[in-house]
Design a protein around this ligand. Structure first.
Ligand code: FEO
Length: 173
């Protein structure tokens, strides 16, 4: 059975993952509205991934006889000046999530909870990828600047992204 302190911290992380999902859904809707169907698609996939992250934590808490408590999801931004501004906000947000995952791991170490440390390893690697993706797009958009054709091609590239079930959820979705 998981200890109360870790149960509370994982519930806070579940809320943070749903907040991330809500943020990326808002970005997806914003860019769909602005005519960037590819960027909207990329953020729609990101929305699904964040829901998957929350589900992985919920399944984990259940498997350790913890109680999932779903708290209200705070409001998110609804406007971004440019795609570059959205990806900069994405990177800043993912860096915050990385810090939350690291804090969670530190708490699991403190409580000598090896199962939680083990479950968090997947998230630690996932955060490296999340930050790298955002950074790559920030670099690309910097090169494109205000070149309309470049932005058109960038949008086309992001249209190709498809959702892949994360490994911890394989066969469970
Ligand atoms: Fe759930 Fe984007 O990290």
């Amino acid at each position: 059975m998981i200890c109360k302190e870790l149960e509370k911290a994982i519930n806070a992380q579940i809320n943070a993952e749903f907040w991330s999902a809500y943020l990326y859904l808002s970005m997806s809707m914003h860019f769909a509205n602005k005519g960037f169907a590819g960027i909207a698609n990329w953020y729609a996939v990101q929305f699904k991934e964040e829901q998957a992250h929350a589900t992985i934590f919920m399944n984990y808490l259940n498997s350790r006889d913890g109680k999932v408590l779903l708290a209200p999801i705070a409001a998110v931004d609804t406007e971004w000046e440019t795609p570059a501004a959205a990806f900069a906000a994405t990177l800043a947000h993912e860096q915050k999530v990385t810090a939350l995952i690291n804090d969670l791991n530190a708490l699991a170490v403190e409580h000598k909870d090896y199962a939680t440390q083990n479950a968090l390893q997947w998230f630690i690697s996932e955060q490296v990828e999340e930050e790298e993706n955002a950074r790559t797009y920030i670099d690309t958009l910097e090169k494109i600047g205000d070149n309309g054709y470049g932005l058109y091609m960038f949008d086309k590239e992001l249209a190709a992204r498809t959702y892949v079930t994360p490994a911890p959820l394989a066969g469970k979705e």
